[in-house]
Design a protein around this ligand. Structure first.
Ligand SMILES: Nc1ncnc2c1ncn2[C@@H]1O[C@H](COP(=O)(O)OP(=O)(O)OP(=O)(O)O)[C@@H](O)[C@H]1O
Length: 705
């Protein structure tokens, strides 16, 4: 389904005047003195009154129709069929995007605060470069002038044309002089041309993260609404931008890179009061839309639309409290809301325009753009403003009153632009360090319009101004004023910073949390690594089966072994019932011993010998253990110097035990010697006795011969 319906014919003036020189209709009345050079727009507006003529307004009110395969090529504004197809391809696609959580009901409504842009009032004044495109330079900030283009309304006139356009950037007037701009369209340029040079690059910037503001400025009847809204056969910047915006978002969504949420608000400033143009409960998907939407509960009960308040906002600069926000899932839906808003906008017939806008209308399209890889969301706002036209006071009270308010707010805008421009000029030669601060008071609060545009004009939005002009001589004065306004706007330079993430505070907190968790993780990882290291070491020890590296264990084992040996030794000694005798005693006893005692001694002697062997074995054992102990200490984990006092004591004890045993061994050796001599003695003593006894026995038995 196509977004826009195009009619095969349109009522606009024919495009026969495809020339650079703009024809100017003969003036019916002498133009009044504009006096706009100093920004005093109000005085110049007086000249309008005499210039107002009834315009057989041909803008057909857009109606919601199903697309009939519009014969766009027949539109006189499009020059070739290729442009038709490109228009179809580029803009008329039916685009819809998925929003986060598709469970939303159709056309959900929010009634909350809406913003014109982010906060920050600083303007960086830098040297103006007239031909600088707004959509280049650094990625995260934009430094440049307000982009200004001039769009003349086509007119048919035989009159000599006092306006000349050169190189598409300069327009000159025989009396007013030359003015250069970012672009000067020819009178036959269509809305598509204007869109491609102005709002299309703004949409690209919007999706890159910059707020973007486009506003149409010009005298009544000069073509502001035609440029911004257009007609069914020649859509204006708003529908073209919406369509392009959705097609771009669709591209990104299909590639799985982004997720978007689009919210639209629409307001008007009428007689210095802000009204919500979408304050109605209707289903935008319904084919029939009531002509007038201020039939909502709220409006009904209060007898009319409610004036909204504008407030300062730390995040967005200003916000309109209570402004309706409609979530849109497709360009059709958004366009439908704008269409509804258009119907709610106040228009009246004036001398210059049968359907003259009596209010400033602002469409706010907020795009919440979520990067799916990082999860970060940036919110940017596209502000599309169709200002009311300046005009001369008329006799009818209502129109006169409206005109006064319109003129007042336009004058305020002119003054703000004039001051910003002057500030820019003052800072032209400034050093880099002095830029960025405003010394002059800028009277943004003088009107609702300037209040609303304050964030944009203060450097938080890329701004493009489309100045529509009526080049007829009868409108010359006002056109010159418009051109001067445009020229001053061109001087204003902005430093626009890319929008930061939504909920930056939360993200900051999140970043903080992630950082601290990472730190904790690192600490834990180090701790785990240390534990693993220790575990490996312990496992290696266990696998080794050698607990030498554990000094306590090693010491206990050795001690244990000593004690066991000692115990065994003591037990053996006890079991053998040995008697330890002194050598001298032994010798004396042996000398006195009879044979029976000798035998007894013999037995004892054998016992002693056996004990002696045991002692010797035991001593050898202890000595070899001591040797091994010494080697262990020098080779491995605990050198002798590292032995505990307990171990030292133990070794001392063992050493003294060995010494003692050696002494005992000595004594035993002596005892053995003594016993051997006793044995010899015994043999000497006992031998004669034995011989005698033997002879006696032989004799007795007769065997002794
Ligand atoms: N470039 C253009 N090409 C064709 N027709 C145009 C062009 N500009 C303006 N018109 C026609 O001039 C008439 C007045 O235009 P429009 O309503 O856009 O003026 P305006 O500046 O919005 O006036 P106002 O301030 O009173 O609302 C309309 O009928 C419109 O179709």
């Amino acid at each position: 389904m196509c977004l826009f319906t195009f009619y095969q014919a349109r009522n606009a003036q024919p495009r026969s005047m495809k020339q650079k020189r703009v024809n100017v209709m003969p003036s019916r009345e002498a133009p009044s003195d504009g006096g706009g050079a100093d920004g005093n727009l109000g005085s110049s507006l007086e000249g309008f009154h005499s210039m107002i003529q009834k315009n057989s307004g041909s803008l057909r009110k857009p109606t919601m129709r199903s697309n009939t395969g519009s014969t766009l090529g027949q539109s006189p504004t499009l020059r070739s069929t290729s442009s038709i197809s490109s228009l179809r391809k580029s803009f008329l696609r039916s685009n819809s995007i998925s929003t986060s959580g598709s469970s939303r009901s159709a056309s959900p409504t929010r009634s909350c605060s809406s913003q014109m842009g982010p906060p920050g009032q600083k303007i960086r004044i830098v040297r103006s470069s007239s031909n600088e495109s707004p959509c280049r330079r650094r990625q995260d900030s934009y430094a440049g002038n307000i982009s200004v283009v001039i769009r003349p309304k086509p007119v048919v006139s035989a009159e000599r044309d006092p306006w000349h356009i050169e190189n598409q950037t300069m327009i000159s007037h025989e009396e007013a002089g030359e003015f250069s701009f970012d672009h000067v369209f020819s009178a036959d340029s269509g809305n598509l041309d204007v869109y491609e040079r102005t709002s299309r690059p703004m949409i690209d910037k919007l999706l890159e993260g910059f707020n973007s503001t486009v506003f149409a400025y010009g005298m009544t009847g000069s073509g502001k609404t035609f440029t911004m809204t257009g007609t069914n056969e020649e859509p204006g910047l708003i529908p073209l931008s919406v369509s392009y915006l959705f097609s771009k978002m669709m591209e990104q969504t299909e590639r799985g890179l982004k997720r978007y949420e689009v919210v639209v608000s629409y307001l008007e400033i009428y007689n210095e009061k802000i009204y919500d143009l979408l304050d109605c409960d209707i289903d935008t998907k319904s084919p029939s839309t009531p002509a007038r939407m201020f039939s909502t509960n709220r409006a009904r009960t209060l007898g009319g639309p409610i004036e909204l308040r504008i407030r300062d906002d730390s995040q967005y600069g200003v916000r309109i409290v209570g402004l309706t926000e409609k979530i849109c899932e497709s360009s059709e839906e958004l366009s439908r809301w704008i269409e509804i808003g258009d119907k709610n906008r106040r228009t009246s017939e004036t001398i210059y325009n049968t359907r003259s806008s009596r209010s400033h209308a602002v469409v706010l399209v907020r795009v919440n753009n979520t990067d799916l890889s990082s999860g970060l969301t940036i919110s940017t706002t596209l502000s599309l403003c169709d200002l009311a036209g300046s005009e001369k006071a008329v006799s009818e009270y209502e129109r006169r009153k409206e005109g006064a308010y319109i003129n007042k707010s336009l004058l305020a805008l002119g003054t703000v632009i004039s001051k910003l421009s002057a500030e820019s000029s003052t800072n032209l030669g400034s050093s880099a360090s002095s830029v960025g601060t405003m010394n002059t008071h800028i009277p943004y609060r003088d009107s609702k319009l300037t209040r609303l545009l304050q964030p944009a004009l203060s450097g938080n939005s890329i701004v493009t101004t489309i100045c529509t002009i009526d080049t007829r001589s009868e409108a010359a004065n006002e056109t010159i004023n418009t051109i001067r306004f445009a020229s001053r706007a061109k001087n204003v330079t902005l430093q626009v910073v890319k929008r930061r993430n939504l909920c930056s505070g939360l993200n900051d907190d999140k970043d903080h949390l992630i950082e601290s968790l990472n730190e904790q993780l690192e600490i834990q990882q180090q701790h785990v690594a240390r534990l693993e290291q220790r575990l490996c070491a312990v496992s290696a020890l266990e696998a080794d089966g050698n607990a030498i590296s554990n000094p306590d264990m090693s010491r206990l084992r050795i001690e244990n072994q000593f004690l066991k040996d000692r115990l065994n030794h003591c037990e053996r000694l006890l079991n053998k019932d040995t008697v330890d005798l002194q050598d001298s005693e032994m010798v004396a006893i042996i000398d006195l011993l009879p044979v029976e005692v000798g035998n007894l001694l013999e037995t004892r002697f054998q016992n002693f010998e056996s004990q002696l062997r045991e002692y010797k074995d035991y001593t050898r054992q202890l000595e070899s253990k001591l040797m091994a102990r010494g080697n262990e200490g020098s080779n491995v984990a605990f050198p002798t110097s590292q032995l505990s006092s307990g171990e030292d004591d133990l070794i001392q004890i063992k050493q003294s035990e060995i010494t003692e045993l050696k002494k005992t061994l000595d004594r035993k050796d002596k005892m053995i010697d003594a016993l051997q001599s006793a044995k010899r003695l015994r043999q000497r003593v006992l031998q004669p006795i034995e011989n005698k006894e033997e002879n006696y026995e032989l004799k007795r038995t007769g065997r002794f011969y």
